[in-house]
Design a protein. Sequence first.
Length: 711
Amino acid sequence: MRQIFQNLKTGEISQPELPVPAVKAGHLLIQSHKSLISLGTEKMLLNFGKANWINKARQQPDKVQQVIQKIRTDGLQPTVKAVFNKLDQPLPLGYSSVGTVIAVGTGVQYYHIGDRVISNGPHAEIVCVAENLCAKVPDNVDDSTAAFTVVSAIGLQGIRLLQPTLGEIIVVTGLGLIGLLCCQLLQANGCRVIGFDYDVKKIELAREFGVEAWDLNSGVDSVAVVLAATDGNGADGILITAATTSNEPIEQAPKMCRKRGRVVLVGVVGLQLNRTEFFQKEVSFHVSCSYGPGRYDENYEQKGMNYPIGFVRWTEQRNFQAVLQLMAEEKISIKKLITQEIPFDQAIKVYQQDHSQSLGILFDYPKKVNHQKNTIFLQSNPKKWSLSSKVRIGAIGAGSFAGSTLFPALKKTQAQLVVISSTSGSSGNHLGKKFQFGKNTTDYKTLLQNDEVNTVIITTQHNSHTKFVCESLQAGKHVFVEKPLAMNREELQQIEDIYQKKNNLHLLVGFNRRFSPHALKMKQLLESRISSLSMVMTVNAGQIPADHWTQDLKRGGGRIIGEGCHFIDLLMFLVGQPIISVFAMKLGTSADQVVEDKMSIQLMFADGSIGTIHYFSNGSKDIPKERLEVFSDGRVLQLDNFKKLTGFGFKNFKKMTLVAQDKGHNYEMKSFVCSVEEGTPSPISFEELKNVTLASFAAVESAEQQKLVTI
């Protein structure tokens, strides 16, 4: 199957061949019939991609500040690398399509194979979309009309915020596609509509719909027009659907409004408000969010948790259904909004043309698409990988961390990158080509069944680690898994039971910090110690939303199990002895609804050493993320953010400073690949992996129960 992407770094449009996406729980797999190009949104993205670096920065000043902060704390080289990797990720285009359901995920009840549905799926021959982002199409609504549903819902949500009533006068500023749809929706609601635009053709079309449309190029005073039409009172509401950098639409809106009128922004315009105009008339101002309530709420969109209709009458899905009902009743006219329909195989040419005079452009998809093709070759001359190579990699997961950190480290080794797997296929395609994998698949089981693969790299979300580790070991594969190894004791025991039977295989968790040049130097300097260590690790973790997936105990396990384990492992590495007990405290009281990312953890080691980890998310971004201090025999080692190591009291060591931050990923991957290749023991023993994992569980348990936990 094929899909449309844009590269934000270069602006290039591509239409690669991808494997058919895997259908996920709560999702539908849909074969596309038609999809609508959103000229406003997609043009904005195209212009951003084609802009030079200075203009990109001007368009996103908030991102520039984040970059400056990262340079201050992490250095120039890692920051430039992170920015380039972010911009290099392919961006799928499109969000308004119609097609037929060809598969349903577990948990889906309302939809069935063969249903014709609309969705916010991208421009692709087959899409996988969550059920709350779909709606069934009435039989008397054709595909071309139905493809406008999602875009129409954007306008409808703005109208719902405007709260028009029968007989009110509403101004629509901007008579593009969404503006013209809004005009019809307002008329269906019993409103008188006045519209303004600079495009004569759009003005003429608006007049055909019964809108009192005015050409701003003629020099007409829009405020005077509205006041004259309302006996000097002003309009009841202003709906801004224009796309411009000018402040004019927002400046004129309160002048057109009656006292206590309403202004709703659906488009993108300059936002330098004149407070006096809004203040004197007590005009309310809202910015509309996409299709409606539920948008950007992961619980609603991805987990299928619907809002009760008695409390949220119009969710984004119910807005879709309302639009489809209006289409079925012919209350809104779509045919006049269609400029042209283009075969999907000519899609790239569309983006190379000028469509300033166009409204609705539809892609028309082929009727026959191979639904079963879940694996494709990425190399131009595919060949069977040489079985003589000792390390042959299959990667499960193709996220940003894998692409920015792990795969570049793997490319520096002698390992062969055979196959990459991701549920969507798109990220696997991008990273697979970038790092020269042989194949791209959306079915990880084909990877495990592939005799060409003897080593599996797992970089998926935390709640899937145990499943993939166990299945990979059972398939006879060596395993590298990003932390954490498991999210609870039952999962850890499940892994241990299988690993003990497969102890000829290597298993490594991504505890990279112990492999950093600084950590290795510290280990060397501390070998001569004669007494126990005292260690203080301070982690300025940074605030992330409480509803982020890593904070979700079911998906991410929380930040201590998901990331805090890194620092537990680092301290254990330096001591060289197992952790025997843990005591932890988290900030605040239970009534504060405190999550576990503000915690102090006290570790006791078998040799009497102690370590304290302060993992705090409530600090300033202006200071580095990680600092470690180790006290030993009248000496101190101080490590700052894996860039600078300073020794105090050491005879032959004062300082070790690197040009760029090095957290050990390269040496970690080299060590793992070499251990597999040479048949030497894994760089970290299973007993160490188990001890660190149990200590992370103990930290969370101790903080919750306020007691010492022994391991």
